[in-house]
Design a protein around this ligand. Structure first.
Ligand code: HEC
Length: 286
């Protein structure tokens, strides 16, 4: 049972990890899509303001029909998606770096530690907080050729670590799901144990009764032997002191027993006659 509970616990960790990986991969792909377009334009509709940290001359455009457009770089796009994700999925994400272009993107303590570890070659980080109620995952974002359009001035080369994206979420949904599985699993174990114990109990009482029956019949057989032995003893005594000569032969007429009177009369001892035919007595040797 402990093994099954251990498996469920490690399943909680696996579920959290694969969820975080999935979110990270989706965001990374979306960001790359944006970067490979060199940034994408959206309408200035009051929701999105021009990015003051995006220093490209073509950041703001006006279309032929007079619509005002502004360029959204991958990082800006990520922030807007993060706001939406918080509303819809209760997911928190944060894009950050050790070499900031926008000081508002500063890493928290945990993220800083992970970014330093990524520089040392660590592939990704994951950690549970608050008694496994909160999960954090972080993976580095590497420089793609498309990033250099806006980040070349920071001395990056393709393949360098540009920063990282952390994905964090509350674990209660996953834990609730797994708790149900735990209750179900414990119930199954209890049912199995009760069934096993009941069967063993029946088996043991059955065996005990069987052994008792055997003992009873053994005792009555012994009693019978005692009675028969007593009878035989009486008979032997009777023949031993009988004034008549007695022989006992088997079916083939071979001597099994003679009494003392018989020996006295014939002169044969029991040893001489055992196994021989009584006819011996009628032969010339008599
Ligand atoms: C169109 C320009 C542009 C492109 C292309 C671009 N970035 Fe950025 N990036 C920016 C700007 C501007 C900021 C800072 C302002 C902000 O946060 O929006 C930024 C911020 C970031 C940050 C947050 C940390 C910081 O410095 O503030 C990371 C990480 C990042 N970019 C990674 C990348 C990666 C990786 C690529 C390539 C896949 C990429 N960027 C492509 C313009 C761009």
């Amino acid at each position: 049972m402990w093994w099954s509970l251990y498996l469920i616990n490690s399943k909680i960790e696996d579920t959290a990890l694969s969820r975080a990986e999935f979110v990270f991969n989706t965001i990374e792909t979306t960001r790359l899509w944006n970067a490979r377009h060199g940034g994408v334009y959206v309408k200035l509709d009051g929701q999105t303001e021009p990015n003051p940290y995006l220093l490209l001359s073509d950041r703001d455009l006006t279309s032929v029909d007079g619509t005002e457009l502004t360029m959204i770089n991958p990082s800006y796009m990520t922030r807007e998606i993060v706001e939406l994700a918080k509303e819809i999925n209760e997911l928190d994400m944060h894009l950050t770096s050790l070499k900031l272009r926008n000081p508002n993107n500063e890493a928290d303590e945990w993220e800083k530690k992970q970014l330093l570890a990524f520089e040392q070659g660590k592939a990704f980080s994951r950690e549970f907080f608050d008694n496994k109620n909160y999960f954090r995952y972080m993976k580095p974002l590497k420089v793609d050729a498309s990033c250099l359009k806006c980040h070349a001035d920071q001395d990056y080369k393709v393949g360098d670590i540009r920063g990282g994206l952390s994905v964090s979420f509350d674990m209660s949904n996953i834990i609730n799901l797994e708790s149900k599985q735990k209750v179900y699993m414990i119930a199954m174990h209890i049912i199995a144990w009760v069934t096993l114990i009941t069967f063993s109990f029946f088996f043991i009482t059955r065996s005990k009764r069987y052994i008792k029956d055997i003992e009873i019949s053994k005792n009555s057989a012994e009693d019978l032997v005692k009675v028969r032995t007593k009878d035989l003893q009486k008979f032997l005594n009777a023949t031993q002191f009988s004034p008549a000569a007695i022989t006992i032969t088997d079916r083939d007429g071979l001597v099994e027993y003679i009494n003392p009177k018989f020996s006295e009369i014939t002169g044969y001892t029991l040893d001489e006659l055992v196994g021989k035919s009584v006819d011996v007595l009628n032969s010339d040797n008599t």
